[in-house]
Write a protein that binds this ligand. Structure first.
Ligand code: COA
Length: 255
């Protein structure tokens, strides 16, 4: 797949988001490729760790808004949900390297990663409300649990960008790493994990997550029901059109 590069080497399955002309915005085809890559990594005994990254100045601008308008993800089997269920249920450790924009799912997917390294140029954002949508990836459950209700409310209701430093302070990012060392640091940490006893890693991850697995799956489903409805809303249409037409949205005419 042109915009998702994958490579397995030294026990590490690398998934690179590679669509810089559209700020690495994710289309259905890209979600499918990422879901397939995670599934393949889980099934391949030679893979010990998954590493997700973008470019030195770019993680992902989130869902491709044009693709969302053209192919709204209405049912559970759609590529975006295959990706979300895949990343949230993965038994093998997932390391992420985050630089530049990490918008929407670019931030929420980090809630399902085990080690997250971010460069000082990272700009995380959860703009779902601004787009007339609701949160996804079980972020409405996991974010308040991670950072406390009021801080989650700030991030999800105001939907403003926040820094790698703030992400580290609230526990969403493991470490802030200088831009030029970001990829090498994430790879080095992935290599450390790859050298450890795989069964112990898998079981430790499972033990940490077991208590919330069912609730996460249920929340992804509940959010997706609301998300599908909100995608068809006039507010979302106005927000998406405004972005693509490079203007400010006007929500004043909607209740
Ligand atoms: N969906 C579709 N296209 C997108 C996109 C997205 N999520 N994000 C960026 N692009 C496209 C832009 O339309 C533009 O295309 P063009 O060159 O054909 O006009 C190109 O990528 C560059 O984007 P631009 O906005 O000019 O870059 P920037 O550096 O000024 O800003 C962002 C970068 C990420 C802050 C900004 O693009 C943005 O806010 N994107 C939307 C994020 C979003 O709302 N995602 C959905 C979350 S659910």
């Amino acid at each position: 797949m042109k915009h998702i590069q994958t490579e397995t080497k030294d026990g590490i399955a690398r998934i690179e988001i590679d669509r810089p002309d559209k700020k690495n915005a994710l289309t259905a085809a890209m979600y499918q490729a990422m879901a397939d890559a995670i599934r393949a990594a889980e099934a391949d005994a030679g893979v010990r760790v998954v590493l997700i990254h973008g470019k030195a100045d770019l993680f992902t601008a989130g869902n491709d808004l044009q693709d969302f308008l053209d192919n709204p993800p209405r049912d559970d089997d759609r590529p975006v949900f295959q990706f979300l269920y895949g990343i949230s249920r993965a038994q093998k450790p997932i390391v992420a390297a985050v630089a530049g924009p990490a918008v929407g799912i670019g931030t929420t997917m980090l809630l399902h990663c085990d080690l997250v390294y971010a460069a000082p140029n990272a700009r995380l954002q959860l703009p779902f409300v601004n787009l007339g949508l609701v949160p996804e990836a079980a972020s409405s459950l996991l974010l308040p649990a991670l950072v406390g209700y009021q801080r989650a409310a700030e991030l999800l209701l105001l939907g403003e960008p926040f820094s790698a430093q703030k992400a580290k302070e609230i526990g969403l990012v493991t470490e802030v790493v200088p831009e030029e060392q970001l990829f090498d640091t994430a790879l080095a940490q992935a290599k450390k994990l790859a050298a450890k006893p795989a069964a112990s890693l898998r079981l430790t991850k499972q033990l940490m997550k077991q208590g919330q697995m069912a609730a996460v799956a249920q929340r992804i489903k509940l959010e997706s029901d609301h998300f599908g409805e909100r995608l068809a809303s006039p507010e979302a249409k106005e927000a998406f059109s405004a972005f693509l037409e490079k203007r400010k949205p006007d929500f004043s005419k909607f209740d």
